[in-house]
Design a protein around this ligand. Structure first.
Ligand code: BES
Ligand code: ZN
Length: 630
């Protein structure tokens, strides 16, 4: 069996023979990015300039990209870039005095995962030049896997269209021809032309006061990997949250967003105190429509967020802590290849946990830690052991499907284990030193291991051996000594769910009013598998589950509804599936429906009715899930 994960989800994709153990890649070869065609050892991009028109009618970006390339290999005369579904118009080199020289170029065959390589020959005239300025005139297509073009009806205001990008993991190439690998860091600038009633924002220096005159310019002076290139255009307003923080959202959502995310500035200050200086200037957040495929995306200076976080009680803001924490782990120190994703996501989940302790409480952080741990156990059961190391040695098919709970939550537990072993004070010094030493670099898991060994394991001998660290990196499951998270509030909720399921207590006796949403989620998840419909109706009515505004509670409830075929809640379940395009919220529900023995057709029907509301990355994920159930 082959099991793959996306975001926080897992899928069995195909039946494949045995799982032969591969050789551990040597540190030098580990940086070769199998998900990019780019010949980055010969040419490397230093800067990108984009000049693009945003055409909502054609659902296309149209204009040009200019890459400043450094030739590392004096003998190399052919540049290979990544593209996917781009129409390439002209390719030329800009030379002194504003002249341009047309270049021979060719687009290779399209691979479903990788797209098509664009090869460009450097003209003989430019043979001696080590710095090249390569301009590509092109347009994107409506099927770009990064871009989503929303008609007005899918926005909060309902009157203006909106578009946004999602470049991670390898989708930047579907809106910009470039070297699409995390191993290359670039600075960028952009001129973006929009309809005059709309605002453009990017993962760059946004100006909240910019006039709506149809043209927006951006600078991103810090070098970033391509998966952090981001753009959104819509009827966006801005509200200040603190002196360095603010929120962009449609005007209809601005007030609720500003209230929900009021802690953002405090999070930023806490993060700086714990992890070292924030290196990116401002930290703003952008609230997108419900079609946004993730909970959050750490686009530098401007995290993109799902509106499903607006629960009205600030209970889901751990996602903001998470995306903010990526400003250190991921954006400042970046995984060299997608196999090293735990350096981004595991580290970030740990920093998120620390921030939640600081901003809210140790108890709340621990509840979230327990929920994550249970998800991890679930993944250990379903995922092939060869993908269970933090830095799996087995080849990955598609980097989007290589991310998963394991890298997030096992990574978090590894760092908690190190913190416990060396003491918080020592470990905190290690954290700031690590980010400082590798700022604006990319690293592999093996480079991390060497650094960890030098700075911590060998510096404080007798606590954790290198072999123990290697076990976390390369072996399946959880190594001995892992700290198992516990939260008494959640244990109590589980116990009460058992007692109520078996009829030993009545619902009125359960003190749910004082519960956190996490405890409610735990309670719903712990209900007996064979609970009769009357009892489901009782708990639904008592807790208002089918109509809850908390998208995470709804996700848990509708997954139970689907598993148990509880029809009275199907209408609301259908509405929920239509409303949200965040894969984490809806995929478990489709999967449960398709797997309950009765509703496979209904799952397909609901998907057909909702798919126009989903981002291409969500669509492809649901398709692969439902295909397994055929
Ligand atoms: N960088 C990820 C989102 C991502 C992962 C996009 C893999 C594409 C491929 C982001 O930081 C993230 O992890 N988001 C989570 C939220 C988090 C609190 C676990 C999500 O979207 O659910
Ligand atoms: Zn993340």
């Amino acid at each position: 069996m082959r099991y793959l994960t996306i975001g926080l989800l897992t899928v069995v994709t195909a039946i494949a023979p045995g799982c032969a153990k591969t050789e551990r890649p040597a540190a030098e070869t580990a940086t070769a990015d199998v998900f990019s065609f780019a010949n980055t050892t010969q040419f490397v991009t230093r800067h990108l300039h984009l000049d693009l028109d945003v055409d909502f009618d054609a659902q296309a970006l149209r204009g040009n990209a200019t890459l400043q390339l450094e030739r590392l290999d004096g003998n190399a005369s052919r540049i290979v870039l990544d593209t996917r579904d781009l129409d390439i118009d002209t390719v030329s080199f800009l030379v002194d005095g504003g002249m341009s020289v047309d270049a021979d170029h060719a687009l290779g065959d399209r691979d479903d995962t990788l797209g098509a390589p664009l090869t460009v020959d450097v003209p003989p005239d430019l043979e001696g030049d080590s710095l090249l300025s390569l301009r590509i005139d092109y347009n994107t297509n409506p099927e770009s896997t990064a871009l989503m073009w929303l008609p007005a009806r899918l926005t909060a205001g309902g009157e203006h269209p909106l578009m946004f990008s999602q470049s991670q993991s390898i989708h930047a190439r579907s809106w910009v021809p470039l070297q699409d690998t995390p191993a290359v860091r670039i600075t960028y600038s952009a001129t973006i032309r929009t309809p005059t009633d709309l605002v453009a924002v990017m993962s760059a220096n946004n100006d909240p006061a910019a006039e709506r005159d149809g043209e927006f310019t951006f600078e991103m002076p810090q070098p970033i990997p391509s998966y952090l290139l981001a753009i959104a255009v819509g009827n966006l307003g801005f509200a200040e949250l603190g002196d360095r923080t603010g929120v962009y959202a449609e005007p209809e959502l601005l007030e609720a967003s500003a209230w929900e995310f009021a802690d953002t500035q405090a999070m930023l200050e806490s993060a700086e105190a714990m992890f070292g200086p924030y290196q990116w200037g401002r930290y703003d957040i952008l609230i997108l429509p419900p079609s946004f495929p993730y909970g959050g995306m750490e686009n530098p200076r401007l995290s993109f967020l799902t509106p499903s976080l607006i629960a009205g009680d600030r209970s889901l803001v751990a996602v903001v802590a998470h995306e903010l924490a990526h400003s250190w782990s991921g954006n400042l120190v970046t995984n060299a290849t997608w196999r090293d994703i735990w350096l981004n996501e595991g580290w970030t989940t740990y920093l998120e946990y620390r921030l939640m302790q600081e901003i809210f409480s140790v108890e709340r952080a621990e509840e979230e830690n327990v929920i994550n741990y249970e998800e991890l156990l679930d993944n250990f059961e379903r995922i092939d052991p060869k993908y269970q190391g933090l830095a799996p040695e087995a080849d990955l098919d598609d980097p989007d499907y290589a991310q998963g709970t394991i890298q997030y939550h096992k990574g978090n537990l590894f760092l908690q284990f190190l913190e416990r072993s060396f003491g918080r004070e020592t470990f905190d010094l290690f954290i700031t030193k690590y980010f400082d030493a590798h700022a604006f670099e990319v690293i592999t898991s093996e480079q991390f291991l060497d650094y960890l060994d030098a700075e911590l394991l060998s510096a404080y001998p007798g606590k954790v051996g290198r072999a123990q660290a290697e076990e976390w990196l390369y072996e399946a499951g959880l190594p001995e000594g892992a700290i198992i998270p516990r939260a008494t509030t959640l244990e109590r909720a589980r116990e009460l769910a058992g007692l109520w399921s078996s009829g030993e207590i009545v619902l009125d006796r359960i003190p749910m009013d004082g519960w956190s949403p996490h405890a409610t989620i735990h309670f719903i998840d712990s209900l007996d598998a064979d609970l009769p419909a009357e009892k489901l109706a009782e708990v639904d009515a008592a807790l208002g589950l089918s109509n809850t505004q908390n998208a995470e509670i709804a996700r848990t409830w509708f997954t139970q509804v689907a598993k148990r075929g509880y029809r009275p809640a199907y209408e609301q379940l259908g509405n929920y599936l239509k409303r949200y395009g965040r894969a984490r919220l809806i995929v478990p529900i489709y999967t449960a429906l398709a797997g309950n023995g009765e509703d496979a057709d209904l799952a397909q029907e609901l998907f057909a009715a909702a798919r126009d509301n989903y981002h291409p990355q969500t669509v492809s994920y649901i398709e692969s899930r439902l295909a397994e159930r055929q």
